[in-house]
Structure formats: C-alpha cells, structure tokens
Design a protein around this ligand. Structure first.
Ligand SMILES: Cc1ncc(COP(=O)(O)O)c(C=O)c1O
Length: 484
C-alpha cells in the first residue's frame, strides 16, 4: 500500500513528475484521438483555463454566497434553452456532464410518476438499443426498469417496437439526437407524439448533438426536428463540454415546465446543520466548469460556433466521401452531423483498428455491429487526409494478411501501443481471465485488441464479459508500482 511521502516535495518536482507520467497519455493535441477531447484551438483553451482558474476556489453549492455563479449558470441555461427551441416556461440546471443530466431526467420521470401516476409501482422506461448506457445506470440507481427496443437497419429507433414496448408502467421514452454509436437521429417527432398521446414523458438525449445540430441546420444541412419545439418533448440534455467546447464538467438539463423540474430537486429541512437544498446530484459543485462555460459561450457567440461547425462539417464531408471510396469499409447509416462509425461487410474492422493504432490513431471499438468510432471535432480538420491515407493502407494490409503472417514487429507494436491506453498489467489480467473462462491454453492468449474483441464476442454468455469488466474496474484503482 502506498503511504503519503514522509516529507514535503518541492512543487516543481511534483509538476515534473506529473509531466513525465503524462507522456504516455493519448496525444489529442495532434488530432489523432477520435474521442474524449473536444479541442477548438489554443486561444479557446487559454480562455477556458483563465476563466476556470478565476473561479477555481468558489463553490456552486450555495449560489447565494456567489451571485456571480448564479448569474453564469442562469445565463448559460437560458442561452442553451433558446438554442434548443425553449419557450418562456423552459427551465434547467447545469450538471457535471451528460451522465448526470440523464440521471436527472430519469429520476425526475420516476418522481413525477409517483405524484401523477400513483398506480405505477414498478416504473419503466423505453430505451432504443443505441441509447447511452447512462440511462441504464439511471435505471440501476433509481429502480426504474429499462426496456430496450431494437433499432432499424438505419440504426434509428424502431417506432413500432417502441409502441409494442409501452406498458401501463411506462413513465419515460427516450430518443437520441444523435445517438453516440452511429450518430443518427432517432425519429423524435413520432416517438414524442406517441408518448404525449399516452401521458408519458419524453426525453431527448442531445448530449452530443445539442451544440452542433442547431448550427448544422443553420448552415443548410438537413437536420430532422429534435428539440423542445417538437410536441411531446418534455426534457432535453446537452453537454457543453462536448461541442460547446467548454471545460469538462459542464452539461445542461432542460425541462419544458418548471412544474416538471420540481421532481428533480432534493430538499431536506430537518438537518441539524440547517436547511439543505440541492437541485442536482452534486453537493459541493466546482465553479470552474460553470465559469468556463459562460466564458466560451460569450467568447464564441453564434458567429464563432457557426464558423467552427462549418469547418467541422466540411471535414466530415471529406471523411465520409473518403471512407466510402475505400473498398472494404463504409460509414454506417446516414450520420446527421459529426459522429460516425466505420464498419465493414467483408473485413474484421477491429484488425483495421489495430493497424491504425499502430500508426498512432486512437479510436473506440464498438459492437453490434463491429465498428470504429469517430467523433470529428475542430482538432481533426488538419488530419483528415492523413487519416484517409492511413485507412486506405491499413485496409489493404488487413485484406492481405492472415493472423499467421503477422510480423513480430506488428504484434509487439500493437501490444505496446494498446498498453499506452490500457496498462499492460490490466490488459494481461483481462486476457488471462477471459482465456481461463474459455479454457484456452497460454499459447493461444490473444495479444491484440482485434483478438480481444473477437474473443469477448465468443464468450458463451454476457455475464462473463460483465465479470471481466468488473475485474477491470477493481484494478483501475490499484496503485501501479511499476509506473514512474
Ligand atoms: C449521446 C450521449 N449521451 C450521453 C453521454 C454521456 O456524457 P458524459 O460522458 O459527459 O457523462 C454521451 C457521451 O459521449 C453521449 O454521446
């Protein structure tokens, strides 16, 4: 077990160590990371850092003590509401991210039903298969049963299947604008109308799309209706730390009426420490993300967001054309904006992903169907051509080689590169557990992520995968004594 250093360490030494440790992190600044970081240039980053540190010590727990934070949050929420078709009655709050916003939407629906649909003892919500897992997390936390419905061949929620899944216990239906896996927008008007006709709440998860789609639409690209102007939509979430390019820890949850939002709040009046009230999950609430969100929205304004969106969409157009022109891979579905998946009818895309990893590209691997995920941001405008060249070459390589022909360099390289993102110890722990479940011999241990995914998919039941991932979560907080 690690103990505190017995004595102080000079600040410069602490920072030097941190810079060294960081060298193994994803190099998002080079535009080779297709997820996790939304970067809009150094000027924007500088402003975010300045605004964040200006409010580094304040606490959003009590906005009465910090009227500045109250102003920033109220204005951020209001600007977001106006962007997403909100009206006079629209209200909302800032949260720490998409997950917290979705948790709030589900908790609100559950508590709304307790008051307005008291006969419901076991509340349910309907989730398209592509809905973000934060909804399942909310189901898990709040005792709401999640009923998953399939998506259609175009990866959009199946309206008919939704209709059949509605039960007397349904309190909430969900649609995404767009969904994360393939970036397509669910048929929000049809789903929301169905919910409205049956007195059911409807949430639009615009966490990834809420700060892109309005600008994409303004620039003349086709965008189906998805926001608060759609009849039946009762709440919508949008992450500012994604396409609003704010600092991490910033999202907004909006409700179509104040009465509905009441079910989100928590108040405890009988505590010896005084009356306690909290609108969202957090108690102590970092002020930095609130301040930075306000700063970036005012700094960029509509003009800035339109400029960034124009550049991103031009890059997306180039990428889509380029990907579809490569024989063997394709863009799945018809993505509405800048989130897309590369799949294949003929190749193992995980192998393509491994080859791209060797060239320094970091992309999430997806399943059902297998695909590689791209979130295109401002940071990718300069690297699109290089990516397409590398993709074309890797596709050709994957067509060429079989597992037997893999060179040592490739195997070692992939493991090393994978280890940059997943510490080797964790990787080997995972592999060992999975292979023992499968009864494989040591010699057959898969060393590449393509093989890992293939193996995961071949495990006899999903419960095993669940156990493997739980092991991983346990291990993530173990101190790695081999790291510097
Ligand atoms: C559609 C969608 N919803 C919700 C989330 C969750 O957001 P966060 O990671 O900020 O909690 C994401 C994250 O990518 C998302 O794409």
């Amino acid at each position: 077990m690690l103990t505190l250093p017995p004595t102080r360490t000079p600040a410069e030494d602490v920072l030097t160590t941190m810079r060294q440790v960081r060298e193994h992190d994803a190099k998002w600044q080079e535009g080779k990371t297709w997820s996790l970081v939304y970067h809009a240039g150094d000027e924007v980053t500088q402003l975010l850092q300045d605004a964040y540190t200006l409010f580094f010590s304040e606490n959003g727990l009590n906005p009465m003590a910090f009227p500045s934070l109250k102003k920033f949050e109220a204005e951020v929420v209001s600007m977001t509401a106006s962007l997403l078709g909100g009206g006079d009655e629209t209200v909302g709050n800032m949260t720490s991210g998409g997950t917290e916003s979705l948790l709030m939407a589900v908790k609100t629906a559950r508590d709304w039903a307790r008051v307005h649909r008291p006969a419901i003892k076991s509340p349910e919500m309907i989730l398209p298969a592509t809905a973000h897992p934060a909804f399942d997390k909310a189901a898990h936390y709040f005792g709401v049963r999640a009923r998953h419905i399939p998506v259609q061949d175009d990866f959009r929620a199946d309206v008919l299947a939704t209709r059949f899944a509605i039960s007397p216990n349904t309190v909430l239906i969900v649609g995404s604008a767009p969904s994360y896996p393939q970036g397509v927008i669910d048929p929000i008007p049809e789903l929301a109308q169905m919910a409205q006709e049956r007195g059911i709440l409807f949430h639009v998860d615009a966490c990834v799309g809420g700060f892109m789609l309005p600008f994409v639409h303004k620039l003349g690209y086709p965008v189906p209706d998805f926001d608060l102007t759609v009849p039946g939509v009762t709440s919508i979430s949008v992450d500012l730390h994604k396409y609003a390019y704010a600092a991490k820890g910033a999202s907004v949850i909006l409700y179509h009426t104040q009465a509905l939002r009441r079910h989100q709040f928590f108040v405890h009046t009988d505590w010896s420490g005084g009356i306690y009230a909290s609108p969202t999950m957090a108690g102590t609430k970092p002020a930095g993300p609130i301040a930075a969100a306000w700063a970036i929205m005012n700094y960029l304004g509509e003009e800035g967001y339109l400029d960034i969106t124009r550049t991103v969409m031009e890059t997306v157009t180039r990428l889509r054309e380029g990907i579809d022109a490569i024989d063997g891979v394709k863009v799945l579905g018809d993505p509405a904006m800048s989130v897309l998946a590369i799949g294949s009818d003929t190749l193992d895309v995980y192998q393509v992903g491994d080859q791209l990893t060797l060239r320094g590209w970091h992309m999430d691997r997806q399943q059902f169907p297998p695909s590689l995920h791209l979130t295109v941001t401002h940071a990718h405008t300069q690297v699109a051509e290089q990516f397409l060249d590398d993709l074309a070459q890797t596709v050709a390589e994957v067509k060429d080689f079989s597992m037997d022909k893999l060179s040592n360099r490739l195997q070692v390289g992939v493991v090393q590169t994978a280890a940059r993102f997943l510490p080797e110890k964790l990787m080997s722990g995972l592999v060992a557990r999975a292979t023992s479940m499968l009864g494989l011999k040591g010699a057959q241990l898969p060393q590449r992520s393509a093989a890992m995914y293939g193996m995961m998919a071949s495990l006899p039941n999903r419960g095993d995968v669940n156990e493997i991932v739980l092991d991983l979560l346990d291990q993530l907080t173990q101190v790695d004594e081999t790291s510097g």
